[in-house]
Design a protein around this ligand. Structure first.
Ligand code: ZN
Length: 249
C-alpha cells in the first residue's frame, strides 16, 4: 500500500491544488491528512471541501481546534491568534461540522498517525532526535507519521539510538537503507507542510509511505505563491502571513 501523507494545508488553496495535481500523477492507494486544514491562509472552506472526501483518515490539528474555539489562543503568537479568530468567522456550517468530528490520533494499516506527536497529539513539535526519542519511548509503534512542524523529517530508532536521516526531495529513503542500519528499525516520518513550508524552501511538501518496502519519500511542488499571498492580503489577514510564504519559513 502506497500512502499519500498530506499535512498542514492551512487554508492555502493554490498550494493544495498543486499538491493534489501531483497526487494525481503519483496515484497513491490512499491519502491521509494529518491536520491543520485551516489557519494562516485565506481559503479555509475551499481547502476543507477539497480534502474531506479524498482522505481515508483526517486528523484535527491545533489550528483546526483554535478555529472551532476549542483551543487556548494564549499559546498562539499574535499572527496565528488573529488568523484563528478570522477563520472562526469564515467557516461555513459544513466545514465546522467536518472539523468538529475529527480525532487527533489515528492509523492506516500499521502506520500510526498524529497531528503533532504520539505523546501530545496536537501540541508537541518533533523538531529533533531528542523529542523523537521521547516519542519512541512512550508508544511501541514500528512506524508513525506526524505533521505540525511544517518541516519534512525522518527519525530512525535502531538499537538504543535515534537519529535523523538525510532526506532529498523526490528520492526515497527505503528498506535497503534501513536494513544497512542493522537490527529492528522503527521510523517516525513527517511529510512537511503543504500550506506554509518552514524549511527555507517555499514549495509545498507532501510525502509518500510505501508500506511494503518501508520506504519514505518527500515531494516538493511549485505553486502560485502570489495567488495565496493576494488572497491573504485581500482578506485583511496580517501581511506577514503572506510575506513568509515566499521565503518558506
Ligand atoms: Zn500547522
Amino acid at each position: 500500500m502506497l500512502v499519500g501523507l498530506l499535512s498542514d494545508p492551512h487554508a492555502n488553496l493554490p498550494a493544495l491544488e498543486a499538491v493534489l495535481a501531483d497526487v494525481g500523477r503519483v496515484r497513491p492507494d490512499v491519502l491521509v491528512c494529518l491536520g491543520d486544514f485551516v489557519g494562516y491562509g485565506a481559503q479555509p472552506n475551499e481547502v476543507v471541501d477539497a480534502l474531506r472526501d479524498r482522505c481515508a483518515v483526517s486528523l484535527a490539528g491545533n489550528h483546526d481546534l483554535a478555529a472551532l474555539g476549542a483551543a487556548d489562543l494564549s499559546t498562539f503568537n499574535r499572527f496565528a491568534a488573529a488568523s484563528a479568530v478570522w477563520t472562526r468567522e469564515q467557516l461555513d456550517p459544513s466545514a465546522v461540522s467536518f472539523l468538529t468530528g475529527l480525532p487527533s490520533r489515528g492509523s492506516i494499516g500499521e502506520l500510526e498517525l498524529a497531528h503533532a506527536s504520539l505523546r501530545d497529539p496536537v501540541g508537541e513539535y518533533v523538531i529533533d532526535s531528542f523529542v523523537a526519542a521521547a516519542n519512541f519511548e512512550v508508544h511501541p509503534f514500528l512506524q508513525a507519521a506526524v505533521g505540525h512542524t511544517h518541516v519534512a523529517a525522518l527519525f530512525v530508532h535502531v538499537g538504543e539510538s535515534v537519529m535523523r536521516a538525510a532526506l532529498t526531495a523526490g528520492e526515497p529513503f527505503g528498506a535497503k537503507e534501513l536494513e544497512k542500519l542493522g537490527g529492528p528499525v522503527r521510523v517516525l516520518l513527517n511529510p512537511g507542510g503543504i500550506g506554509q513550508p518552514r524549511d527555507g524552501d517555499p514549495r509545498a511538501a507532501w510525502g509518500l509511505w510505501d508500506a511494503e518496502r518501508r520506504a519514505f519519500s518527500v515531494r516538493r511542488v511549485e505553486y502560485a505563491i502570489e495567488a495565496a499571498q493576494e488572497a491573504i492580503r485581500a482578506a485583511g489577514l496580517p501581511g506577514l502571513l503572506a510575506d513568509r510564504l515566499a521565503e518558506g519559513w
